[in-house]
Design a protein around this ligand. Structure first.
Ligand code: G3I
Length: 380
């Protein structure tokens, strides 16, 4: 057992020794120590908050989040599909709860997201006859949506993933032909940032995407950011989502991209980090949520547990990535994992439903995995 693991078990009250000292002040102080404290001088450590905390009131998970993380992003509850009703009214219940939780724990709270092609009904972009609305009409709708949402939480959220995933994965990485883009062109991006900035001038506004640290998509992202800057769009930073696999991309490739974004004068947030260990049985490395493949047992090899050697490979991978983050900490505000523990990860259902993945720092019993202790050891 490593020293970090032993200390952790005492801190969270595992074992007889811990039971004896549980009530003493030192143990209480240790109880408040989590990953966020080890990285206090580097960057914020965040997680996504999903339905377990917001809808199912999982208090143990909420306490674990408060101990380990100092930044939060709502996994789903601020997306159009969730926060708007069918008649385009509002349903703020879960979003309010998310914001209150962040305020209570003084966290770096991120809004997610103001303009995204996914999880938004087609009806938003069409009139009663089923025809697409005009650019002016969409612009008005967006103004109302963004100013209401950003305005409600003004001063309570630190940052927004303002525009999400506007670049296509196909050859040449053109702009994604979303309804937003087809109706307004790139102006939909500018408009989102302008309205958000006018509504809450202090909020840190980011462009957020997956694979924007790799190959052609990275280059396309840099070009988009440059065009935005030329048009004086009030962008403060870029979100590298970080939906990575156990095999790639390399820390060197990620580092190059962080430095390229920093050269543009932008801050970098790693916004949705998880590390997929399952076999990639398709050719398209993508986090595009509409991608689906059939389940076969061969595609779900770790259903009954992760072999030791894979756990070790995974720990080394997290360690190498964080080493690189620490090296580049002057450019990085936050590293957020997309969920807390393996059981709640979206990757169990993407792009194949019902698999068993191990992508986060806490396992299915909500215990920290080896990778967690490696990250702590990096800070000793
Ligand atoms: O809550 C309903 C449940 O009532 C219903 O029975 C069930 C049937 O499928 O669906 C449940 O909702 C699902 C929801 O996740 C909660 O688990 C939705 O179908 C499913 O589409 C939704 O997926 C989310 C996905 O975005 C699409 O919004 C994932 O949780 C969320 O992790 C994922 O997050 C995105 C980021 O926002 C943007 N970047 C990529 C990232 C991963 O796709």
């Amino acid at each position: 057992m490593t020293a970090s693991r032993r200390k952790f078990m005492v801190a969270v009250g595992v074992g007889t020794l811990a039971a004896q000292i549980k009530s003493n002040a030192l143990a209480q102080a240790l109880n408040r120590t989590g990953l966020k404290d080890y990285y206090a001088k580097d960057f914020k450590i965040g997680t996504a908050i999903g339905s377990d905390i917001l809808e199912n009131n999982d208090e143990a998970l909420a306490a674990l989040v408060a101990r380990e993380f100092n930044a939060i992003t709502p996994e789903n509850c601020m997306k159009w599909e969730r926060i708007r009703t069918a008649d385009e009214g509002w349903n703020f219940k879960d979003a309010d709860k998310f914001v209150d939780y962040g305020l209570k724990h003084k966290m770096y709270s991120v809004g997610h997201t103001l303009a995204w092609h996914s999880q938004i009904p087609d009806s938003v972009f069409k009139n009663a006859k089923g025809d697409f609305i005009s650019a002016d009409q969409l612009k008005k709708k967006m103004t109302n949506h963004i100013s209401t949402l950003v305005g409600r939480y003004k001063g309570k959220l630190t940052a927004w993933d303002a525009v999400n995933e506007a670049i296509d994965d196909g050859p040449g990485n053109p702009m994604r032909k979303s309804h937003y883009f087809n109706i307004m062109g790139e102006a939909f991006i500018d408009h989102t940032f302008h309205v958000a900035h006018e509504t809450d001038p202090k909020a840190h506004l980011m462009y957020n995407d997956y694979n924007n640290e790799q190959g052609g998509k990275h280059e396309a992202c840099v070009e988009l950011l440059k065009r935005m800057q030329k048009r004086r769009v009030p962008i403060g930073g870029v979100g590298i989502q970080g939906h990575w696999s156990i095999d790639g991309p390399t820390p060197e490739e990620i580092e190059k991209s962080i430095l390229n974004f920093a050269k543009l004068g932008l801050r970098v947030d790693v916004t949705e980090l998880d590390i997929d260990v399952l076999p990639q049985v398709w050719n398209l490395p993508t986090a595009e949520i509409s991608t689906r493949f059939d389940y076969t047992p061969a595609r779900d090899p770790y259903k009954n547990g992760l072999p030791k050697e894979i756990e070790e490979k995974l720990a080394k991978r997290w360690e190498a990535i964080f080493k690189m983050f620490i090296k580049n900490r002057e450019h990085i505000d936050r590293v957020t994992t997309w969920g807390v523990s393996d059981d709640v990860s979206w990757l169990n259902d993407f792009p194949i439903k019902g698999r068993t993945d191990y992508p986060l720092l806490f396992d299915r019993k909500r215990a920290p995995r080896d990778a967690y202790f490696r990250l702590i050891d990096l800070k000793k």
